[in-house]
Every structure is written in structure tokens, then in C-alpha cells.
Design a binder for this molecule. Structure first.
Ligand code: PMM
Length: 281
């Protein structure tokens, strides 16, 4: 899909959690009708693509049965695809990925990077869609107990390198792969900040980088004292978008696309000016 590769700036991926229990928006878009309206709202607010998920990955969450995940996700994908919305699907299951691709999904966002379901990599390879490989250690019910690293940046980069090798061995074209450091997944607060500071190291892997900081708990480290914690997390998210875009991120995954859509355009404008100036300097 063209939007995934040719915008010339960092993309904004709007989050659409069709779940009763995601940590910041669980239950809000839980019927197909509400989810579709919110998906269209995300696009109007500036999302370049919409990431539809039917299984919560908040810490301690238990797995959603496959049939229920399908029931939540597929009608929403079908209806948004009908409206020509570029769609990504946040799933660890090959069966859900396969059915969503049939209904028009252009990208599979697998937080497990192919580790949760052995069929995922071959399914994505034969469908020839884009694929997000995220750093992941365990399902949500166990991940908080798995947050020890000798050096978080080196460990995450090495892990992602091995997952990229597995994906290409399975037949996924390298130019369809995207990596994500998995902020908030088996990470303590400081690990997330270290990973955000390590964009250049992540980029050494030679594939686009997706950043998913939106509304995550570690953002509370930069609270300013405003009484509205959720607004503060959205403001912090937009600040991270600006910095990630300026650092060359391929996309940011956010709940509230408006401010991030402005931030990526600011970063692109400054980058264009710098590029024009370079030869005469
Ligand atoms: N975070 C969540 C869910 N899916 N996918 C990617 N690629 N990166 C992330 O950081 C990520 C994700 C959890 O956040 P949510 O419950 O607000 O969707």
C-alpha cells in the first residue's frame, strides 16, 4: 500500500482497540459501529493508517479466545477497508492476520514478532503484506516478571535482529519489515526512556522503526503537575512524536492523532529546510 512507503515523513498510526479492557481506552469502541466511527474519526484527526486490535496487551491481561478476537476485529476491518482507510491489524494470531488480510488489511502488527504463533511468519510471507516485528518476551500475564536486561538497548537490538532474520528466512521481503522496540512490554520505566534515546542504534538494523509510546505509564516520569493525568500523557506522547519523527522514525502509534499529525509535519518541514541548505553551507 502506497501510504506505507511514500509519504516522505513520519506516519501517524491511530490506535483502535476493539476491546473491553485495553489500559487507556478499553470498552470505548467495543461495538462494531462505534469502532468504525472512531476509526473514521482517527483519520479525520490526522491518522495515516488505523491499527485495529481485538486483544488487550496491557500488563496482566489474559488472552482473548481466537473466535472472540475474530468477532471483534474482522467486521471493523471490512467496513474501514470499504471506506478506503489504510488498515493495520494488531494481532499475534496467524488465523486472525490471514482473515484480516482477506478483508483488506495492508499491515500486520504482531507484538510478539512471530514468537506467539509459528504460522504467523509463513502467512505474512505468502500474503506479501507489511509486517511489524516488535520486541517481546512473554504474554501480558507474565511480562512484568521478565524485565531484566544486561543492557536494554543491546538486548533489544540483538533480539530484533534475530527476529528479522527469522522473518526473512520465512520469505518475508526485507522491504516489508518494520521494527518496534516494544515500549512498555517487559520494560521498567527507565528501559523505555533508554530505548527512546537509542533511535540511531535501532536504525542500524536497516529497517523502518515504529514507536509506540502513547499514554504509557512511563510517561508519568515527565508529569508537570496538571490535575488531568490523561491529557498530560497525550501531551507527552505528542512531544515524543516530534522527537521520534525528527530522529527518523517511520511511524508513531498513538491514541490521539491530532497533535502528532502536526508534530510529524513540523519535523518534516524542518528536515526539508535543513536538506535544502546543506549544499550551500
Ligand atoms: N503497544 C500496545 C499494543 N500494540 N503495537 C506496537 N507495534 N507497538 C506498541 O508499542 C504497542 C502495540 C499497547 O498499547 P494499547 O493498549 O494502548 O494499544
Amino acid at each position: 500500500m502506497k501510504v506505507l512507503t511514500s509519504s516522505g515523513r513520519c506516519l501517524v498510526m491511530g490506535i483502535l482497540n476493539v476491546t473491553p479492557d485495553s489500559f487507556s481506552d478499553g470498552g470505548r469502541w467495543f461495538t462494531t459501529g462505534r469502532a468504525v466511527s472512531h476509526g473514521l474519526e482517527l483519520v479525520r484527526a490526522g491518522a495515516d493508517l488505523v491499527d485495529v486490535g481485538g486483544e488487550s496487551t496491557r500488563p496482566e491481561a489474559h488472552r482473548t479466545p481466537e473466535v472472540e478476537e475474530m468477532r471483534r476485529v474482522l467486521p471493523v476491518v471490512e467496513r474501514l477497508a470499504h471506506e478506503h482507510v489504510p488498515i493495520s491489524v494488531d494481532t499475534m494470531r496467524a488465523s486472525v492476520a490471514e482473515a484480516a488480510i482477506e478483508r483488506g488489511a495492508a499491515l500486520i502488527n504482531d507484538v510478539s514478532g512471530g514468537l506467539a504463533d509459528p504460522r504467523m511468519l509463513p502467512v505474512v510471507a505468502s500474503a506479501r503484506v507489511h509486517y511489524v516485528v516488535m520486541h517481546w518476551r512473554a504474554h501480558s500475564a507474565h511480562m512484568d516478571r521478565m524485565s531484566r536486561y544486561s543492557d536494554v538497548v543491546t538486548d533489544v537490538v540483538d533480539h530484533l535482529e534475530r527476529r528479522l532474520e527469522a522473518a526473512t528466512r520465512a520469505g518475508i521481503a526485507p522491504d516489508r519489515l518494520i521494527i518496534d522496540p516494544g515500549l512498555g512490554f517487559a520494560k521498567r520505566s527507565h528501559h523505555n526512556w533508554e530505548l527512546l534515546a537509542a533511535m540511531p542504534k535501532l536504525q542500524t538494523l536497516g529497517v523502518p522503526v515504529l514507536v509506540g509510546a502513547s499514554r504509557k505509564r512511563f510517561l508519568d516520569a515527565v508529569r508537570t503537575g496538571s490535575p488531568d493525568e490523561s491529557v498530560e500523557r497525550d501531551d507527552a506522547t505528542a512531544a515524543i512524536t516530534a522527537l521520534a519523527a525528527a530522529g527518523g522514525a517511520w511511524a508513531v502509534r498513538v491514541h490521539e492523532p491530532g497533535a502528532s499529525a502536526c508534530a510529524v509535519r513540523v519535523a518534516a518541514r524542518l528536515d526539508a529546510i535543513r536538506c535544502q541548505r546543506l549544499p550551500s553551507e
